[in-house]
Design a protein around this ligand. Structure first.
Ligand code: NAD
Length: 245
Protein backbone atom coordinates (compact mmCIF):
# COMPACT_ATOMS: atom_id res chain seq x y z
CA UNK A 1 0.00 0.00 0.00
CA UNK A 2 2.96 2.37 0.44
CA UNK A 3 5.34 1.37 -2.34
CA UNK A 4 7.66 4.27 -3.39
CA UNK A 5 6.60 6.39 -0.39
CA UNK A 6 9.08 7.88 2.05
CA UNK A 7 7.80 8.13 5.63
CA UNK A 8 9.20 9.83 8.74
CA UNK A 9 7.85 8.50 12.05
CA UNK A 10 8.65 10.36 15.30
CA UNK A 11 8.67 8.27 18.47
CA UNK A 12 9.37 5.29 16.23
CA UNK A 13 11.62 3.40 18.64
CA UNK A 14 9.01 1.47 20.62
CA UNK A 15 5.31 0.95 21.31
CA UNK A 16 2.82 2.31 18.80
CA UNK A 17 5.51 4.14 16.79
CA UNK A 18 7.67 1.03 16.31
CA UNK A 19 4.58 -0.87 15.13
CA UNK A 20 3.76 1.92 12.67
CA UNK A 21 7.32 1.69 11.29
CA UNK A 22 7.00 -2.13 11.00
CA UNK A 23 3.58 -1.89 9.32
CA UNK A 24 4.82 0.73 6.84
CA UNK A 25 7.84 -1.47 6.04
CA UNK A 26 5.54 -4.49 5.51
CA UNK A 27 3.82 -2.28 2.95
CA UNK A 28 7.07 -1.40 1.17
CA UNK A 29 7.61 2.20 2.33
CA UNK A 30 11.06 3.67 2.91
CA UNK A 31 10.97 4.60 6.62
CA UNK A 32 13.07 6.96 8.73
CA UNK A 33 12.41 6.76 12.45
CA UNK A 34 13.05 9.42 15.07
CA UNK A 35 13.72 8.67 18.74
CA UNK A 36 14.90 10.57 21.77
CA UNK A 37 18.43 9.13 21.96
CA UNK A 38 21.08 7.30 19.95
CA UNK A 39 20.86 4.02 21.96
CA UNK A 40 17.09 3.61 21.57
CA UNK A 41 17.24 4.54 17.88
CA UNK A 42 20.00 1.96 17.28
CA UNK A 43 18.08 -0.65 19.27
CA UNK A 44 14.95 -0.15 17.13
CA UNK A 45 17.00 -0.27 13.91
CA UNK A 46 18.53 -3.56 15.12
CA UNK A 47 15.12 -5.09 16.02
CA UNK A 48 13.80 -4.24 12.56
CA UNK A 49 16.99 -5.46 10.86
CA UNK A 50 16.51 -8.85 12.53
CA UNK A 51 13.02 -8.95 11.02
CA UNK A 52 14.47 -8.20 7.56
CA UNK A 53 13.66 -4.48 7.41
CA UNK A 54 16.18 -1.71 6.67
CA UNK A 55 15.37 1.65 8.25
CA UNK A 56 17.44 4.69 9.14
CA UNK A 57 17.11 6.75 12.28
CA UNK A 58 17.76 10.17 13.78
CA UNK A 59 17.41 11.66 17.27
CA UNK A 60 16.93 15.42 16.85
CA UNK A 61 15.74 17.44 19.83
CA UNK A 62 12.07 17.84 18.92
CA UNK A 63 11.94 21.18 20.70
CA UNK A 64 14.77 22.67 18.65
CA UNK A 65 13.47 23.82 15.27
CA UNK A 66 16.95 24.37 13.78
CA UNK A 67 18.02 20.82 14.66
CA UNK A 68 14.84 19.40 13.14
CA UNK A 69 15.20 21.53 10.00
CA UNK A 70 18.77 20.27 9.49
CA UNK A 71 17.59 16.67 9.98
CA UNK A 72 14.71 17.05 7.50
CA UNK A 73 17.05 18.75 4.97
CA UNK A 74 19.43 15.80 5.35
CA UNK A 75 16.60 13.29 4.77
CA UNK A 76 15.56 15.18 1.63
CA UNK A 77 19.16 15.04 0.36
CA UNK A 78 19.24 11.27 0.94
CA UNK A 79 15.72 10.27 -0.15
CA UNK A 80 14.56 13.14 -2.40
CA UNK A 81 11.12 13.58 -0.84
CA UNK A 82 8.99 12.94 2.24
CA UNK A 83 5.49 11.68 1.43
CA UNK A 84 4.27 10.77 4.92
CA UNK A 85 4.99 12.37 8.28
CA UNK A 86 3.76 10.64 11.44
CA UNK A 87 3.98 12.84 14.53
CA UNK A 88 3.74 10.09 17.14
CA UNK A 89 6.27 10.93 19.91
CA UNK A 90 4.49 11.64 23.14
CA UNK A 91 4.55 11.40 26.91
CA UNK A 92 1.68 11.02 29.36
CA UNK A 93 0.84 12.26 32.85
CA UNK A 94 -1.42 11.13 35.65
CA UNK A 95 -0.67 13.36 38.66
CA UNK A 96 -3.37 15.45 40.31
CA UNK A 97 -3.20 19.19 39.61
CA UNK A 98 -1.81 20.06 43.07
CA UNK A 99 1.16 17.73 42.46
CA UNK A 100 1.73 18.91 38.88
CA UNK A 101 4.36 21.64 38.54
CA UNK A 102 4.25 24.22 35.79
CA UNK A 103 7.46 22.56 34.49
CA UNK A 104 5.59 19.23 34.26
CA UNK A 105 2.81 20.95 32.34
CA UNK A 106 5.23 22.73 29.96
CA UNK A 107 7.20 19.52 29.38
CA UNK A 108 4.14 17.64 28.19
CA UNK A 109 3.03 20.50 25.94
CA UNK A 110 6.57 20.74 24.54
CA UNK A 111 6.73 17.08 23.49
CA UNK A 112 3.10 16.47 22.60
CA UNK A 113 2.27 19.76 20.87
CA UNK A 114 5.24 22.05 20.15
CA UNK A 115 7.24 19.17 18.66
CA UNK A 116 4.42 18.47 16.17
CA UNK A 117 4.47 22.12 15.17
CA UNK A 118 8.27 22.07 14.70
CA UNK A 119 8.52 18.88 12.64
CA UNK A 120 5.47 19.73 10.54
CA UNK A 121 6.78 23.23 9.82
CA UNK A 122 10.06 21.75 8.58
CA UNK A 123 8.36 19.15 6.35
CA UNK A 124 5.48 21.13 4.80
CA UNK A 125 7.59 23.19 2.31
CA UNK A 126 8.94 19.94 0.83
CA UNK A 127 5.46 18.41 0.62
CA UNK A 128 4.20 21.54 -1.13
CA UNK A 129 7.12 21.34 -3.55
CA UNK A 130 6.29 17.67 -4.17
CA UNK A 131 2.62 18.61 -4.77
CA UNK A 132 1.23 16.48 -1.97
CA UNK A 133 1.72 14.52 1.19
CA UNK A 134 0.15 13.03 4.29
CA UNK A 135 0.57 14.23 7.86
CA UNK A 136 -0.71 12.01 10.66
CA UNK A 137 -0.72 12.84 14.35
CA UNK A 138 -1.16 10.53 17.32
CA UNK A 139 -3.95 11.89 19.47
CA UNK A 140 -5.77 9.90 22.16
CA UNK A 141 -9.27 9.00 23.27
CA UNK A 142 -8.71 11.47 26.14
CA UNK A 143 -8.75 14.23 23.50
CA UNK A 144 -12.49 13.77 23.34
CA UNK A 145 -13.54 13.34 26.99
CA UNK A 146 -10.55 14.47 29.05
CA UNK A 147 -9.35 12.37 31.98
CA UNK A 148 -9.70 12.74 35.75
CA UNK A 149 -5.97 13.38 36.44
CA UNK A 150 -2.81 14.44 34.61
CA UNK A 151 -4.54 17.43 33.00
CA UNK A 152 -1.57 18.29 30.75
CA UNK A 153 -2.01 15.07 28.80
CA UNK A 154 -5.61 15.52 27.62
CA UNK A 155 -4.97 19.27 27.17
CA UNK A 156 -2.06 18.43 24.84
CA UNK A 157 -4.18 15.95 22.87
CA UNK A 158 -7.05 18.45 22.46
CA UNK A 159 -4.35 20.71 20.98
CA UNK A 160 -3.23 17.88 18.66
CA UNK A 161 -6.80 17.67 17.34
CA UNK A 162 -6.84 21.45 16.86
CA UNK A 163 -3.58 21.34 14.90
CA UNK A 164 -4.93 18.45 12.82
CA UNK A 165 -8.23 20.04 11.90
CA UNK A 166 -6.77 23.49 11.23
CA UNK A 167 -3.81 22.27 9.16
CA UNK A 168 -6.11 19.98 7.15
CA UNK A 169 -7.94 23.09 5.98
CA UNK A 170 -4.80 25.17 5.43
CA UNK A 171 -3.01 22.43 3.48
CA UNK A 172 -5.89 20.83 1.53
CA UNK A 173 -5.33 23.15 -1.47
CA UNK A 174 -1.79 21.74 -1.68
CA UNK A 175 -3.00 18.12 -1.77
CA UNK A 176 -1.65 17.52 1.73
CA UNK A 177 -4.00 15.47 3.91
CA UNK A 178 -3.84 15.85 7.70
CA UNK A 179 -5.52 13.36 10.04
CA UNK A 180 -5.08 12.01 13.56
CA UNK A 181 -5.57 8.62 15.14
CA UNK A 182 -7.01 8.61 18.66
CA UNK A 183 -6.03 5.31 20.30
CA UNK A 184 -7.72 3.99 23.38
CA UNK A 185 -5.65 2.17 25.98
CA UNK A 186 -2.93 0.35 24.03
CA UNK A 187 -0.42 -2.25 25.24
CA UNK A 188 2.87 -0.26 25.32
CA UNK A 189 5.45 0.92 27.88
CA UNK A 190 3.28 4.00 28.47
CA UNK A 191 0.58 1.73 29.89
CA UNK A 192 3.02 -0.61 31.67
CA UNK A 193 3.80 2.22 34.10
CA UNK A 194 0.16 2.52 35.22
CA UNK A 195 -0.70 0.73 38.47
CA UNK A 196 -2.86 -2.43 38.27
CA UNK A 197 -5.74 -0.74 40.12
CA UNK A 198 -5.90 1.89 37.35
CA UNK A 199 -5.73 -0.62 34.45
CA UNK A 200 -8.41 -3.04 35.71
CA UNK A 201 -11.36 -0.64 35.71
CA UNK A 202 -10.20 0.66 32.32
CA UNK A 203 -10.46 -2.83 30.78
CA UNK A 204 -13.86 -3.32 32.41
CA UNK A 205 -15.05 -0.09 30.79
CA UNK A 206 -14.05 -1.13 27.25
CA UNK A 207 -17.03 -2.61 25.37
CA UNK A 208 -14.69 -4.82 23.30
CA UNK A 209 -13.36 -6.26 26.57
CA UNK A 210 -9.64 -5.85 25.89
CA UNK A 211 -7.01 -3.17 25.60
CA UNK A 212 -5.70 -2.38 22.12
CA UNK A 213 -2.63 -3.93 20.52
CA UNK A 214 -0.11 -1.62 18.80
CA UNK A 215 -1.07 -3.36 15.53
CA UNK A 216 -4.73 -2.30 15.92
CA UNK A 217 -3.50 1.29 15.96
CA UNK A 218 -0.77 0.93 13.29
CA UNK A 219 -3.32 -0.45 10.80
CA UNK A 220 -5.39 2.73 11.15
CA UNK A 221 -2.25 4.75 10.39
CA UNK A 222 -1.61 2.54 7.35
CA UNK A 223 -5.06 3.22 5.95
CA UNK A 224 -4.79 6.99 6.49
CA UNK A 225 -1.25 7.09 5.05
CA UNK A 226 -2.26 5.19 1.92
CA UNK A 227 -4.02 6.33 -1.23
CA UNK A 228 -7.05 4.36 0.02
CA UNK A 229 -7.75 7.47 2.14
CA UNK A 230 -7.26 9.87 -0.78
CA UNK A 231 -10.26 12.09 0.12
CA UNK A 232 -10.04 11.73 3.91
CA UNK A 233 -8.66 14.75 5.74
CA UNK A 234 -9.27 16.64 8.99
CA UNK A 235 -10.45 13.52 10.83
CA UNK A 236 -9.71 12.18 14.28
CA UNK A 237 -10.07 8.41 13.88
CA UNK A 238 -10.88 6.64 17.17
CA UNK A 239 -9.27 3.21 17.58
CA UNK A 240 -10.49 2.33 21.05
CA UNK A 241 -12.80 -0.69 21.10
CA UNK A 242 -15.70 1.72 21.71
CA UNK A 243 -14.18 2.94 25.01
CA UNK A 244 -15.40 6.50 24.80
CA UNK A 245 -14.99 7.71 28.37
P1 NAD B 1 5.94 4.77 24.39
O1 NAD B 1 6.32 5.43 25.66
O2 NAD B 1 6.05 3.31 24.24
O3 NAD B 1 6.71 5.47 23.16
C1 NAD B 1 6.85 6.86 23.10
C2 NAD B 1 7.75 7.24 21.95
O4 NAD B 1 7.91 8.67 21.99
C3 NAD B 1 9.13 6.64 22.03
O5 NAD B 1 9.56 6.23 20.75
C4 NAD B 1 10.01 7.78 22.53
O6 NAD B 1 11.33 7.75 22.00
C5 NAD B 1 9.28 9.00 21.99
N1 NAD B 1 9.56 10.14 22.85
C6 NAD B 1 9.15 10.33 24.13
N2 NAD B 1 9.68 11.46 24.63
C7 NAD B 1 10.45 11.98 23.62
C8 NAD B 1 11.27 13.13 23.52
N3 NAD B 1 11.43 13.96 24.53
N4 NAD B 1 11.90 13.37 22.35
C9 NAD B 1 11.76 12.52 21.31
N5 NAD B 1 11.01 11.41 21.35
C10 NAD B 1 10.36 11.15 22.50
O7 NAD B 1 4.44 5.25 24.17
P2 NAD B 1 3.27 4.79 23.18
O8 NAD B 1 2.19 4.27 24.03
O9 NAD B 1 3.76 4.02 22.04
O10 NAD B 1 2.81 6.24 22.71
C11 NAD B 1 2.95 6.73 21.39
C12 NAD B 1 1.91 7.78 21.16
O11 NAD B 1 0.61 7.20 21.35
C13 NAD B 1 1.98 8.97 22.12
O12 NAD B 1 1.73 10.17 21.41
C14 NAD B 1 0.86 8.68 23.10
O13 NAD B 1 0.36 9.86 23.69
C15 NAD B 1 -0.15 8.02 22.21
N6 NAD B 1 -1.16 7.22 22.88
C16 NAD B 1 -0.81 6.09 23.57
C17 NAD B 1 -1.81 5.35 24.19
C18 NAD B 1 -1.51 4.09 24.94
O14 NAD B 1 -2.41 3.57 25.62
N7 NAD B 1 -0.30 3.54 24.87
C19 NAD B 1 -3.15 5.75 24.10
C20 NAD B 1 -3.46 6.88 23.39
C21 NAD B 1 -2.46 7.61 22.78
Amino acid sequence: MLRNKVAVVTGGTRGIGLEIVRTFKENHAEVILFGSKEETVNKAIEILKNEGYEVSGYYPNLNNYEEIKNTIDDIIKRYGHIDILVNNAGISANKKIEETTSEDFSKIMNINVNAIFNVTKAVVPYMKKNKGGVILNTSSMVSIYGQPSGVGYPASKFAVNGLTKSLSRELAPFNIRVNAVAPGVTKTDMIATLPEEQIKPIIQSIPMGRIGEPKDVANAFLFLASDMASYVTGNILSVDGAARS
